[in-house]
Design a protein around this ligand. Sequence first.
Ligand SMILES: [Zn+2]
Length: 310
Amino acid sequence: MRYFLFVGLLLLPWFSQAQVDSTQIFCRAQPVSSIGILDLLAMYRQRDTLQSHGASGPLRLQINGLEVTPTDSVARRYVASLDADYPALDSLWFSYLQADVQAFASQKDSLMLHLRAKGWSARYVQAIRNLKRQQQLKATGRSQVLLSFHNFNLAADVGIYSRGRYLRRSPRYTQMGQEAKLLGLYWGGDFLGFPDPGHVQRFANSAALVRQYPLLAFEFEKYRDHYARIYATGRTEHVQDTKELLVTLNRLKLGQICACQVARIPPQNQSHTEAASVVADSQKGWVYLQPQGENGYYYDLGRWEFASKK
Ligand SMILES: [Zn+2]
């Protein structure tokens, strides 16, 4: 009897993993005993993924009838990220990412020394990039991503020159990639589907970055619908990184408080302003989400769960 119980316990994690699809997550309505300011901000981001981006102004936050203001550094960063259409992510997250931004800077310096030691004319044509520029590049097809390592100061593009002319293509980029990898960097020439031979970055992919810096999930969540679309429509061998990112984001969300995406009938006697708002009542089990100058809606509170495998 004891032996069977033991075997059963060993199999339990295997069974529960086999039944879920960790690329799919949904909000299951359920009672929520307490709720914090980070939950409100996560729910605001959750909704603007479906609708408009960002709050574009001050965000009114209220929990069980009391106004709350962000005081800790995480909540303040989340608010700053929601506040602007194109937040300066590199400065917003600099102190959080500092160790890796600095390590990347010295890898970049070493790489350039190696290239110049070969007698090549080379320089970094672009390192840091703002979000607006990133999204223009995406719109014109020159980049495949809405959020890139460049935005966090964790990627750079090498330009190699011959007689003062920039070389768009050259076997030297492959050699540069080899040097970069010896220094522990990841080379864009290895990217499947959209190779980028001048590009080097500090992390293998976005999932690896988010695993090391889980607060950055907040930035990637903004583009969740985009990742889900790539994963659903791309060729399997080209979407492994996207799948890994979705799974990583979902693991971080599992069990967190969410707004269940079926609007409910508004409670009585609620007054609203034009300001962007997140108002939650954990006792009554609802959250009200309103973008600035638009209609708001009430949702059931719940927690994230993995979908079952079909
Ligand atoms: Zn690049």
